[in-house]
Design a protein around this ligand. Structure first.
Ligand code: ZN
Length: 72
């Protein structure tokens, strides 16, 4: 995780599929640096991340493949 981006706030996330959901996310998750579910940092070692939605005016949010492919 990215230690200086752990402030948690509520974000309205537009999920792929069109539904809007209010989620409590860290800044790092909201800015697409960490998995939305397990907070694994998005690095080359952690492998590909999959975009799962976006936060208007901030950017795209991601899940790691483990979370995106697992129980959702
Ligand atoms: Zn994950």
């Amino acid at each position: 995780m990215i230690s200086n981006k752990q402030t948690v706030s509520s974000y309205v996330v537009m999920l792929d599929g069109g539904s809007l959901e209010t989620l409590e996310l860290t800044a790092a998750q909201a800015e697409g640096f960490e998995c939305l579910t397990c907070k694994t940092q998005h690095t080359t070692e952690s492998g590909a991340f999959q975009p799962v939605g976006r936060i208007p005016s901030i950017g795209t949010v991601f899940q790691c493949l483990k979370c995106a492919g697992g129980a959702r």
